[in-house]
Design a protein around this ligand. Structure first.
Ligand SMILES: [Zn+2]
Length: 139
């Protein structure tokens, strides 16, 4: 599923998330990292939620995490998703701290469980976008 472009919808890129989407095109996961206290955050925001600092850099993430919560989608939300149901939507807790909503893709995706180790991969969408997704570690 993450080997080539799909006809699934391309992401709508919010202006303040430009570095996130550009890094995804390069198969890298980045998040805002507070220059003041070092906290990573997701989604992007102007101020650090921990210390209020406006100073931040887009820091690299390991791409490793664990499944905090998940559900299996059996009914497609739009026609484009019909060919991939059932699929797993999960809340991933990254090593750096933030949690992000994503899909579990690849081998064993529908047997994934809370606490499983996962690692990021990138799924091509549209003409030049990629979406960070996660697969079971070692799968
Ligand atoms: Zn901070």
């Amino acid at each position: 599923m993450s080997d080539g472009p799909t006809d699934l919808p391309a992401p709508r890129e919010a202006p303040d998330a430009g570095p996130y989407w550009q890094a995804a095109r390069e198969d890298r996961l980045v998040m805002q990292n507070c220059y003041g206290c070092g906290t990573y955050r997701f989604f992007p925001s102007l101020l650090c939620p921990e210390c209020g600092s406006e100073e931040q850099v887009w820091g690299p993430c390991s791409g490793r995490g664990t499944i905090y919560s998940l559900t299996t989608v059996h009914r497609a939300p739009s026609p484009a998703f019909r060919k991939i149901v059932p699929y797993t939507v999960a809340l991933i807790e990254l090593e750096e701290g933030p949690r992000m909503m994503t899909n579990i893709v690849g081998e064993g995706r529908n047997e994934a469980a809370i606490g499983d180790a996962v690692e990021v991969c990138f799924e091509a969408r549209g003409t030049d976008a990629k979406v960070p997704q996660f697969k079971l570690a070692g799968a």
